[in-house]
Design a protein around this ligand. Structure first.
Ligand code: ADP
Ligand code: MG
Length: 682
């Protein structure tokens, strides 16, 4: 068997299994070895029935005393109950829908059972345990539990794993020796053996530590390497000192805030120095990031370069396009637009003008990073709402020019403690102040009882000439989920106010329809927009003063904050009304946080606290590669350690080009390239 060959070499892995494994991103035997268990079953210790603890998974050895077969419930599902005992006590074990094992157990024989003890209304039992013919005193040890996909069973993947694990002897360590020694890490082969077939708890812990360390190390090495690459390129663009942001800013109808000025100063230093700009602009919703981007683009274009502004959705890109066009035309700066839904002819004309340098600023969706989009002299790349893009996309865009400057903007407030790590490759500027005169948005929560009042309030605002958003969690009515949909609410509001102009907006609609509806909402012809979270990012309609959110319990706090940020963008007092149908303590806490705070950072931290890191990071909001074993929050201590180690290694070999570091480089590249079409070559 060959380590780097297909998993098809393993006995029992045919075409179907290959396809299923491919879905799990497992192609080679090596991939299978680096596919770590997600959990373990400890079958190394037998627990006596009298010592069983609630809700813990445990192994017992017990003799079957009585077997009760029955038909119960819906569709007469077959239930199997067995009473078992050991020297210390008796226990009831239940299997529901148990046709396939009805005749498996024999009275008076001994079996091993592995499962959780639960207490249902005072009745203690073990439901659906795994069961084995008793092995006497021989122990099964600690068994790995792998993530599965349709078509592959736990026992199959365990078997395959066992069959090829001996090949770890051919895997060479990729971490530098001194890093291993300094951190007293265990041997890689030992770690791989023990992550799959741990001899005991201690060895498992050693193995886990090593592999978590490795994964975070590769992550940090990759991010730092990108940053160092930029730093080392001595000849980056130096924009003209004679072109001043102020020349643009003085033409605006408002004065910049101090925070905006401070951030622009930091940007200016990047722009006028040899150092390439690689900067993250963080600012809460409504803090005025766009105008900062505009001033930056102004300076780049007036210095003779092209600029690109990329937004995550077409709606947002369109909005930026219109805004920039309006603001830049008086300055003789030409703005172009590119998106996936454009007509071929239009697209061709735009690309041509871009290549000729007739378009100075290209605004668009990720369509602008595709091949075939050629700039004449690209100098500056800005991505808005950075959290929607991966590291790769940013780099793809940057690779359209030579030594371009990169600026990314986000309103997703990542808790401070994590920002440095997640955006490890970027310098950070924060706009920590709102434009003056903004009235705080008044937020109120209610349950379904107050819903009617909330809509009456909304109607009053509409009557004053304002506009409103109503956000729902679903698009269509659902039988299984207890939540309202845009369709239902739209019908309801149409019934209620037949004379008002109401429209629906959601992600499944055709792009052209979405554009038209957004346009009409800007113009004010649509009064109420019933939408899903498609409107979550960036939309700016200052006349909208009410954000009513249905089933607020179904949205994350950070998301609610983003949604709320769609109002309060003009002079009028704005309102956010939360219809909270959640009955839990946590949903009340969340409502209180929203009502009492408008600070995005505070809300993000609370979000993390209440939801846990799994969910927060599960959504891949950060645009980092997927982590298999490490957790950015649980393992923050290791992360800090690893960061320093990675810095040391890269100091001597910034791009991992030394022969000694070749294996590490391959590992890092693999991590950053997985599942993405964009290649990152370090
Ligand atoms: P975000 O940071 O959420 O992207 P925007 O850039 O869309 O915020 O700005 C929100 C609104 O505030 C826009 O209408 C913008 O013109 C306005 N704005 C930005 N800066 C200022 C300022 N210093 N004073 C007054 N209004 C401002
Ligand atoms: Mg914005």
């Amino acid at each position: 068997m060959n380590l780097y060959g297909s998993v098809g070499q393993i006995k029992g892995v045919g075409t179907k299994k290959l396809a299923a494994l491919k879905k799990m991103n497992i192609h080679t035997v090596e991939d299978l070895i680096f596919n770590y268990p997600r959990d373990y079953q400890d079958l190394s210790k037998v627990t006596q029935i009298s010592k069983l603890e609630m809700n813990c998974s445990t192994l017992i050895k017990a003799k079957v005393d009585l077997i009760i077969k029955g038909n119960t419930g819906y569709k007469k599902k077959q239930t199997l109950k067995i009473l078992v005992s050991d020297d210390t006590g008796v226990l009831e074990i239940v299997f529901f829908n148990a046709k396939y094992i009805m005749d498996y157990f024999r009275v008076n024989e001994e079996y091993d059972f592995y499962g959780k003890i639960t207490d249902e209304y005072g009745k203690i039992k073990m439901s659906h345990p795994e069961y084995f013919k008793s092995l006497g005193n021989e122990s099964l040890g600690i068994l790995p539990v792998y993530s599965l996909t349709f078509g592959i069973s736990q026992s199959e993947i365990r078997k395959w794993q066992k069959e090829c694990i001996w090949l770890v002897t051919e895997i060479e360590d990729y971490l530098p020796k001194e890093v291993i020694n300094r951190n007293r890490l265990c041997d890689l082969q030992y770690a791989l053996m023990n992550i799959h077939q741990p001899k005991d708890g201690i060895k498992l812990r050693e193995a886990k530590y090593r592999l978590i360390f490795d994964e975070l190390f590769c992550l940090q090495a990759g991010l730092l390497s990108i940053k160092l690459r930029d730093l080392s390129e001595t000849r980056s663009i130096v924009y003209s000192k004679d072109i001043k942001f102020q020349d643009y800013i003085k033409t605006l109808s408002f004065k910049l805030t101090e925070a905006q000025y401070k951030v622009l100063e930091e940007i200016n230093q990047d722009m006028e120095s040899m150092k390439p700009m690689n900067r993250l602009i963080q600012g809460d919703v409504g803090s005025g990031k766009t105008v900062v981007a505009e001033a930056t683009i102004y300076k780049a274009v007036k210095s003779g370069y092209q600029a690109a502004l990329m937004a995550p959705t077409e709606i947002l890109a369109k909005q930026h396009y219109q805004g920039l066009k309006r603001n830049f035309e008086p300055h003789g700066i030409r703005v172009g637009f590119l998106s996936g839904s454009m007509k071929v002819k239009e697209r061709r004309e735009t690309l041509h003008a871009l290549e000729k340098g007739l378009i100075h600023v290209l605004v668009g969706t990720h369509a602008i990073i595709q091949t075939g989009v050629e700039f004449n002299k690209l100098g500056l790349v800005i991505t808005d709402e950075q959290h929607r893009f991966g590291v790769h996309q940013r780099i793809s865009l940057a690779s359209k020019g030579e030594n371009v400057d990169i600026m990314v903007m986000t309103a997703t407030p990542i808790p401070r403690t994590l920002a440095v790590i997640i955006y490890g490759d970027l310098d950070i500027s924060i706009i920590d102040q709102m434009p003056p005169g903004r009235k705080e948005i008044i937020t109120r929560g209610t349950d379904s009882k107050g819903r009617n009042l909330a809509y009456e309030f909304l109607e009053k605002e509409i009557e004053k000439g304002r506009q409103a958003y109503v956000v729902t969690p679903l698009i269509e009515e659902s039988q299984s989920l207890n939540a309202v949909s845009t369709e239902e609410v739209f019908d309801e509001l149409k019934n209620r106010w037949g004379n008002k102009k109401i429209e629906v907006l959601h992600g499944d609609m055709k792009q052209a329809d979405k554009n038209r509806i957004m346009e009409e909402f800007y113009q004010g012809t649509i009064q109420i927009l019933v939408a899903t979270v498609v409107i979550e990012v960036g939309i700016n309609v200052p006349n909208a003063s009410v954000m009513l959110i249905e089933n607020a319990e179904r949205f994350g706090l950070a998301q609610l904050h983003q949604l709320r940020g769609r109002v309060g963008r003009g002079e009028d007092q704005s309102y956010c009304l939360l219809i909270n149908n959640g009955k839990t303590e946590i949903s009340m806490q969340r409502e209180n946080i929203m009502v009492s705070s408008s600070d995005g950072f505070y809300i993000a931290e609370k979000d993390l606290e209440l939801r846990g890191p799994g969910e927060f990071f599960g959504t891949r909001q950060h645009g980092l590669p997927d982590l298999k074993i490490a957790d950015l929050i649980k393992h923050i201590k290791i992360l800090n350690l690893v960061r320093e180690e990675a810095k040391l290694v890269l100091k001597n070999d910034p791009f991992l080009t030394d022969n000694d570091n070749e294996k590490l480089r391959i590992k890092v590249e693999k991590m950053f390239n997985s599942e993405e079409d964009f290649s990152l070559s370090l």
